[in-house]
Design a protein around this ligand. Structure first.
Ligand SMILES: [Ca+2]
Length: 488
């Protein structure tokens, strides 16, 4: 009898849990919009403390939804970060690392499932307007990974023969001559502009936005997934004529204000089509600011270091989730979460299987503050090909011995980068609640926490390997590879 009662309680409880999530799982699943900034810092938005320029649309998105204060990119570099966002897996799990260059020979493996493929499986229209950066070979393009439509750049806007850093070099410079191929602009699998110029770059934010709004209008009667990975504020910076000089805080401020305009424009289009309550909007950045660019880089809000490091300034980024009538307004969540959680969270909202992913479902956290999943797990911060540099669990971050880049001198202004030098960390322990700026190493004071987290480190080394300690890892998967041309 007791067993029967307990079973009934169990059924009732699981029924409750399903009922709560049921909000997100009714017969018409939400449209999904993800706006993703490139190299935007944790401190770049008004709702994260920025005062030099204005981001009213993003601030409104945060005050009308959920804002995360401990959200992480999976790695502090473009391609690896995007691989994680779109697949729910650590990038090193699926064989991707760094920032892929032009003519890359790798991309997302055909057996991985992207958010776009998951949405398409639910009958969604899918589109990406912006920077892809997960392989530029035909079989690696977004149209081969679940997107019906694409307009944008195949990789970063600085992989460009007209990059100011290259153009200023003497004509005979080897570096300049080696340079980059002309930067192409794609529409689906067709190059529609073979040589993107500076004037073209000024219009990218606006053109991605116009495409996004047109897609919303065209798909108002069916569910859709819209992904807008802006090329900005990655250097070299460009804003349209309407925004140049508008912020009063330099070109970087102008660029951020145009991205904020873009978000406002997309939200206005959703409202105009009567889709606001049917659309879940996420906003995030792919990694922290590129600090060597000085006043052409964003701000970490005081977090340590920036892009290209596993310190908080490199990996901690803004994250906003907004869905009126479904997610509470003005909720601020301090639990650690990562871009690998986005796919499983959307899977929950769409009632789709999440597949073999590394992330966890954030719906319980978003809806009720249930932090069971996020507090129990440990997050890994890998960098380079497969270096395990740090782990975080709850309030603690264990930094492992590794070398990292730090500014060698004060950054130069006006878009010219300063130089970095490599320095070494020890094994260090930080309490990110008491010490978010990673100043006070607590390793000596808390050996039991170091020991406990070292076991988690060992678990990651067994699972995904670690080049710093010569570990291969049992469960890494191969990336997609470009097939070799048939030899005559
Ligand atoms: Ca980036």
């Amino acid at each position: 009898m007791l067993r029967l009662v307990l079973t009934l309680i169990g059924v009732a409880l699981s029924g409750c849990a399903t009922g709560r999530a049921g909000d997100a799982r009714d017969d018409t699943p939400p449209n999904v919009v993800i706006v993703f900034a490139d190299d935007m810092g944790y401190g770049d938005l008004g709702c994260y403390g920025q005062t030099r320029w204005r981001t009213p649309n993003l601030d409104r998105l945060a005050s009308g939804g959920v804002r995360l204060t401990n959200f992480y990119a999976a790695q502090a570099v473009c391609s690896a970060s995007r691989a994680a966002l779109l697949t729910g897996c650590y990038p090193n799990r699926i064989g991707l690392a760094g920032a892929l260059g032009p003519r890359s020979r790798v991309g997302i493996g055909a057996s991985e499932t992207t958010i776009a493929e998951m949405c398409r499986g639910r009958g969604y229209a899918t589109a990406i307007y912006g920077k892809w950066h997960l392989g530029d070979a035909p079989e690696m393009l977004p149209t081969r990974h679940g997107f019906d439509e694409w307009f944008g750049l195949p990789y970063s806007n600085d992989m460009w023969p007209l990059h100011p850093d290259l153009v200023k070099l003497p004509a005979e410079s080897e570096q300049r001559k080696r340079g980059y191929p002309a930067l192409p602009l794609y529409e689906n699998e067709r190059i529609v502009d073979a040589e993107v110029t500076a004037e073209d770059q000024k219009t990218l934010t606006k053109r991605y936005t116009e495409r996004a709004c047109e897609f919303i209008a065209r798909n108002a009667e069916r569910p859709f997934f819209l992904y807008v990975p802006h090329s900005m504020p990655h250097v070299p910076l460009f804003a349209s004529a309407e925004f140049e000089g508008r912020s009063g805080a330099g070109l970087y401020g102008d660029v951020i204000e145009e991205i904020d305009w873009s978000v406002g424009r997309i939200v206005a289009e959703l409202e105009k089509r009567g889709l606001r309550e049917r659309t879940l909007v996420f906003f995030a950045s792919d990694n922290g600011p590129w600090l060597s660019y000085g006043d052409h880089a964003g701000t970490t809000g005081g977090l340590r270091e920036g892009k290209g490091t596993s310190w908080e300034g490199g990996v901690r980024v803004p994250f906003i989730a907004n869905w009126p009538g479904h997610l509470a307004a003005g909720k601020v969540i301090d639990d650690p979460a990562m871009a690998i959680d986005v796919l499983p969270t959307l899977a929950s909202a769409l009632g789709m299987p999440r597949g073999d992913v590394d992330g966890v479902d954030l719906w319980p956290l978003f809806l009720t503050g249930d932090d069971t999943a996020t507090q129990a797990r440990t997050l890994a911060f890998y960098y380079n090909a497969n270096d395990l540099e740090a782990v975080r669990r709850g309030r603690w971050k264990l930094v492992l011995q590794h070398s990292y880049r730090t500014l060698a001198a004060k950054a130069v202004s006006g878009g010219t980068p300063g130089s970095y030098k490599q320095v070494k960390s020890g094994m260090e322990l930080y309490d990110l609640v008491a010490d978010p700026f990673e100043i006070h190493d607590q390793a000596a004071a808390h050996p039991e926490i170091v020991e406990s987290m070292a076991r988690e480190v060992e678990r990651f080394r067994e699972d995904m390997g670690d080049n710093l300690t010569g570990r291969k890892g049992e469960h890494r998967r191969e990336p997609g590879r470009v097939s070799d041309p048939v030899k005559p």
